[in-house]
Design a protein around this ligand. Structure first.
Ligand code: PLP
Length: 418
């Protein structure tokens, strides 16, 4: 399954909805999500892991829109949050506490206190000191048997972009082997907490199965050690990370990930948890942006558009390459074209040197596969308000799920101090 967006009669759209019409109604830059694609991708994961007791969680950081969370909650997924803010989003969206797992390498005392008081499914602890802090808080709040998991850093290279690799020994996440025994001492056979899970998350945009196999071997070793000490383990959380295709070329399917992950977990007899972000929502979204100006550069054309690194950070942050398609097909000769944003930074490009037809001023471009880590990474640099978000439902309705920010929204909290 690649992008749901396709051309019909020379115009890009989906399910009979024209993206040009959507842009003219809601303006640009604009995130557009195709909800049936998210549902279909969730179904493929559930089917692929169907032979094994598995709870699929949605990783809120990928796209934290409240309407999206509320809708996913109706599909009975769990939720993976990594901050008090994400926890608040889940709560406001109506998610029950017992469906939330809370990871994150730097939770503050206030965030941990909220997590302990909320009686979440489990709190994933990433350091020995965090384990101590939770025990202290449980005592202070008069709680017992607070369900926790330990995040293992298995020292495995996820073979993805270095900026989204999280399970090598040198990375800041989780517990390395020399810390694990110490962490176990803090959470096993203690009245305040109960070690119910082990967790790993190797990174994002992973397309090679070997890292999962290697990482889980280490997690299973840790599970044996924890059980020998008496931990009542119920869950192994294999994290997220399933990769998607940004260039339209085939990538592993959910079934490939299931074949790499499920057999190892089966041998332990505990249930599997997954926390997927990009795989579920990435291909379902595109960013619509409008050409403001056309310029020429020695060996290429240059289109300046109204969405840039503040709208979609991934190209500037990681050199990520998203497909960029004109919303209206154009027969003119394709030439290498840079797509630059309006921000005063020389890294502010959505794409470099892409074969695009001539783009008149006002032409619309769709940046594909922008449903994950797009809007959730948007910022206000250069005092740009964040874009709006719409989704297209199963009935082909186009609904606004976040209005466009105004400059007044942006300035309001500073005005208080003026
Ligand atoms: C702990 C944790 N779980 C899950 C995810 C989701 O990753 P992905 O969007 O690649 O599935 C992330 C993202 O980096 C994460 O940090």
């Amino acid at each position: 399954m690649s992008t749901p967006f396709d051309y019909a009669d020379g115009e890009l759209g989906v399910d009979g909805v024209s993206l040009a019409d959507v842009a003219s109604e809601f303006g640009t830059p604009l995130y557009v999500y195709h909800r049936p694609t998210i549902g279909a991708r969730l179904a493929t994961v559930r089917e692929a892991f169907g032979g094994y007791p598995t709870r699929v969680c949605y990783s809120v950081k990928a796209n934290s829109n409240l309407r999206l969370l509320k809708w996913l909650d109706s599909l009975e997924v769990g939720f993976d949050v990594v901050s008090g803010g994400e926890l608040e989003r889940a709560v406001i969206a109506g998610v029950a506490a017992e469906r939330v797992v809370f990871a994150g390498v730097g939770k503050t005392n206030a965030e941990l206190e909220r997590a302990v008081a909320s009686e979440l499914w489990m709190i994933t602890l990433e350091s020995v000191e965090e384990a101590e802090a939770v025990t202290r808080l449980a005592n202070a709040l008069g709680r017992s048997a607070v369900p926790v998991a330990l995040r293992i850093n298995p020292d495995v290279d996820a073979l993805t972009h270095p900026h989204i690799t999280t399970g090598r020994g040198m990375d800041k996440f989780g517990l390395i082997p020399s810390e694990f025994a110490d962490a176990l001492d803090r959470v096993v056979n203690r009245p305040e907490v109960e070690l119910v899970g082990l967790h790993m998350h190797l990174g994002s945009q992973i397309t090679d199965m070997r890292p999962y196999e290697l990482g889980l071997e280490e997690v299973v070793r840790c599970a044996e050690q924890a059980r020998e000490m008496g931990a009542p383990l119920k869950w192994i959380n294999a994290g997220g990370g399933f990769g998607i295709s940004y260039d339209g070329e085939p990538v592993p399917a959910a079934a490939d990930f299931a074949a790499a992950i499920a057999p190892t977990i089966r041998a332990t007899g505990v249930e599997l948890v997954l926390e997927l972000g990009r795989f579920l929502v990435g291909p379902a979204g595109c960013l619509l942006t409008k050409v403001l100006y056309n310029k020429s550069r020695p060996d290429r054309r240059l289109a300046i558009v109204d969405g840039g690194m503040t709208t979609l950070l991934r190209p500037a942050l990681y050199g990520a390459e998203h497909r960029v398609w004109p919303v209206k097909e154009h027969g003119g000769a394709r030439e290498p074209t840079d797509v630059g944003g309006p921000i005063c930074e020389s890294t502010d490009y959505l794409a470099r040197s892409r074969p695009l037809p001539p783009l008149g001023s006002g032409a619309l471009l769709a940046v594909l596969d922008a449903g994950a880590y797009g809007m959730s990474m948007a910022s206000h640099y250069n005092s740009h308000p964040c874009p709006a978000e719409v989704w297209i439902t199963e009935d082909g309705e186009v609904e606004l799920i976040r209005r466009r920010e105004t400059i007044e929204d942006l300035l309001a909290i500073e005005m208080e101090a003026l």
